[in-house]
Design a protein around this ligand. Structure first.
Ligand code: PAF
Length: 277
């Protein structure tokens, strides 16, 4: 396994790397969900292709300095996990090597990114789109694998690829969950035991509420089930159209019940599909 810490080192390593090149963009702190993305990438690349994993805690997608500082960075164990997963190349750049101090170009999506996490975290998806496009360009990958847990991120990146004619196929991978239903996330390690024990209520609340009738009923039931906990604070709880991600007040098309919930400083997201008819 080769490791690059700058864009030019990566380009040098990938100069003669066999196609297909499959990228798994990550911020590290791996859990089994990440490993499933790497396995998927390995399968697509086949034994002869090249799997590239980027590990970069992208500062420009964080809206709170405390969140950026607290983001776990277990680089040694992440590299060992990549080696075990059969990754060919790891790209782990510093922020200084990724961004010029006077950088002035940002990729902005103006519709799908404005609701949900985009409304709660202004600028977040500009940071995501900008770094993901840079990673696509630096790796020259033909495809890239993303988790469905961050369904808004997946939708925004698909839109960026569509609108900018980026020649990269986006491959979605299902969300992995703990035995108690909590969606796997690098942030889960920052929960104290009481918060970790309480957090599966998010999934239970969403699943139970998503089967109820009207949006107002669904939202009220989910809110009540989450707010019963003194540990949980809702950042947003909303129903959006599954395609446009715009808030809906009537269920005429497939929709998504989505939430972000704070446990202390740790912000967890999850969602459930609302089937129509
Ligand atoms: O999902 C993530 O870990 C990040 O948002 C990504 C796609 C690696 C961009 O920094």
């Amino acid at each position: 396994m080769k490791i690059a810490d700058t864009g030019s080192a990566l380009r040098e390593i990938l100069k003669n790397a066999p196609a297909p090149r499959v990228l798994v963009p990550t911020m590290g702190a791996f859990h089994p969900g990440h490993l499933s993305l790497m396995q998927r990438a390995r399968k697509i690349a086949g034994p002869g292709g090249t799997v590239v994993v980027s590990i970069f805690v992208n500062p420009i997608q964080f809206d709170r300095a405390a969140d950026l500082d607290a983001y776990p960075r277990p680089m040694a164990s992440d590299l060992a996990a990549c080696e075990t997963a059969g990754v060919d190349v790891v790209f782990a750049p510093t922020a200084e090597s990724m961004y010029f101090p006077d950088r002035s170009v940002t990729v902005t999506e103006t519709l799908l990114s404005r609701s949900l996490c985009g409304a709660a975290r202004p600028g977040h998806f500009d940071g995501v789109c900008t770094v993901v496009l840079k990673l696509f360009l630096l790796t020259g990958c033909e495809s890239a694998v993303f988790g469905e847990k961050d369904f808004q991120q997946l939708a925004v990146i698909r839109r960026m690829v569509r609108d900018l004619d980026v020649p990269v196929e986006i491959i979605p991978c299902p969300t992995l969950r703990e035995a108690d239903g909590l969606a796997m996330s690098s942030r889960n390690t920052r929960l104290i035991p009481e918060q970790r024990a309480d957090a599966p209520r998010i999934r239970r609340a969403l699943l139970a509420a998503a089967t109820l009738g009207a949006p107002t009923e669904i939202l009220a039931a989910a809110r009540a089930a989450i707010e019963t906990s003194p540990l949980a604070r809702i950042d947003y709880l909303t129903i959006v159209d599954a395609e446009t991600l715009q808030p809906v007040t009537e269920l005429l098309r497939p929709a998504i019940l989505a939430t972000a919930v704070f446990y202390g400083e740790v912000r967890l997201i999850d969602h459930a599909m609302i089937a129509i008819g």
